[in-house]
Design a protein around this ligand. Structure first.
Ligand code: HEM
Length: 272
């Protein structure tokens, strides 16, 4: 057997092990409000302890684990670096740095986490009661659709708007939250039509696991800034939510919002 064959065999074995090897966080391991990153850490695509994440580590993990592009990984990875407290020049971050409320990514009206104010500051733990309100929209369905995902997402906004006195929803958070709905129907299904088995979506959020054993495979079409932009537009058209004044959904505004910046002004601001 040639050295190249041995190397290829070793690489394919380690990839298979990542998909079928899963363990929850143990003592000292940290996790985030993001089911995508937590799943990748639980499978070992990201360091299992959730610490020391750099942009190159993210690019490889998002590509290998879910066929998500380097363009998205690079801009949101930049936001991850901004989340390190007291160090705007950080080159790596830990998953629990991402808990910081309203900066640069974490926000209200999540699909599976409580609002910071409504839950004594716990904006990061998976919350079944909230996620059930999303699942309720799929009642009787086996697969997601852009139409239903859009309505479930908008319901989270109107629900928290009514009950959370500190509810915050800036143009940046508008894009981020649509982007997150686009992400789960893309990676658990496909980035063009957003059709994902509900069984996979439940495993992804509820167990923070890639449903490889149940038959899921990374989509063959890559999820990237272009597919996410198109999906955000389709989701928004489906629920009719008014777009914030002055906001356009383009690859450039996506880059700003995912990167932690205000997509209208281009400024880095800390929402209250
Ligand atoms: C494979 C790539 C990724 C996928 C599929 C993914 C998916 C998601 C989804 C579905 C949510 C919404 C959770 C909810 O509303 O309950 C979310 C939230 C979040 N993601 Fe990711 N994500 C990915 C990569 C990243 C990266 C690279 C970062 C940062 C470096 C990140 C940071 C966050 C944060 C901070 C939240 C919390 C936002 C909130 O308050 O709801 N994600 N992600």
């Amino acid at each position: 057997m040639s050295r190249v064959t041995v190397l290829l065999l070793a690489l394919s074995l380690s990839a298979a092990q990542n998909f079928s090897t899963w363990s929850p966080p143990g003592p000292g391991d940290v996790r985030s409000p993001c089911p995508g990153l937590n799943s990748l850490a639980n499978h070992g695509f990201l360091p299992h302890n959730g610490k020391g994440l750099t942009v190159p580590i993210l690019i490889k993990a998002l590509n290998d684990g879910m066929n998500v592009g380097a363009d998205f990984a690079t801009v949101i990875g930049g936001a991850g670096l901004l989340s390190v407290p007291g160090n705007l020049l950080a080159t790596s971050f830990d998953l629990d740095n991402l808990d910081e409320h309203n900066f640069p990514i974490e926000h209200d009206a999540s699909l599976s986490r409580a609002d910071c104010y409504e839950n004594n500051g716990d904006n990061y733990s998976f919350n079944q009661t909230i996620f059930d309100t999303v699942l309720a929209y799929y009642d009787g369905m086996n697969e997601t659709s852009i139409q239903v995902a859009a309505k479930a997402k908008y319901n989270r906004v109107t629900t928290e708007e009514k009950r959370d006195p500190k509810f915050t929803y800036t143009p940046q958070q508008f894009i981020l939250s649509y982007g997150e709905t686009a992400l789960y129907i893309s990676v658990m299904g496909d980035p063009i039509y957003g059709v994902a088995p509900i069984e996979y979506v439940k495993i992804f959020f509820e167990q923070e696991r890639l449903p490889y054993a149940e038959g899921w495979r990374p989509p063959t079409t890559q999820t990237n800034l272009l597919t996410l932009g198109d999906m955000i537009l389709a989701l928004n058209a489906a629920n009719g939510e008014e777009i914030p004044e002055g906001l356009e959904i383009t690859t450039n505004t996506l880059k700003l919002a995912f990167g932690g910046y205000d997509p209208i002004t281009g400024l880095l601001s800390h929402a209250l």
